[in-house]
Design a protein. Structure first.
Length: 120
């Protein structure tokens, strides 16, 4: 039984490796309620449950990831941005990483939806 559980856990960890470059949409909702797609590129490096790398609107504008964790198909990390911070709460769904991003910049708060696919 332990062997079977070990195989299942090992297969799950191998499946959840998110290392690589991912790009797609970052749809933010502005104070006026309008949606704006700013684009997103994530350059990720996974080592076990630890996640490092960078994130930004494109490959040329990147900021370092902090507090990155991968647990099964769940991904969480933070990206400092000026005086604020972006918090990513994501899920691996097939060939996509999707989820929500919340930003806090002083008293202002913003939310966005992220949907990226691995670059080939």
């Amino acid at each position: 039984m332990r062997f079977l559980i070990g195989l299942i856990l090992t297969a799950g960890l191998a499946w959840a490796d998110v290392s690589g470059t991912w790009s797609g949409s970052f749809i933010a909702v502005g104070p006026d309620g309008q949606e704006h797609d700013n684009g997103a590129t994530l350059m990720l490096k996974q080592s076990g449950s630890e996640l490092t790398g960078t994130a930004g609107p494109n490959a040329d504008q990147q900021n370092p990831i902090q507090k990155g964790k991968v647990e099964g198909d769940k991904i969480a990390f933070e990206v400092p941005l000026g005086e604020g911070i972006l918090k990513f709460d994501l899920t691996v769904e097939g060939e996509h990483i999707k989820g929500t991003v919340t930003a806090t910049m002083g008293e202002q708060r913003m939310s966005a939806k992220l949907d990226v696919t691995r670059s080939k």
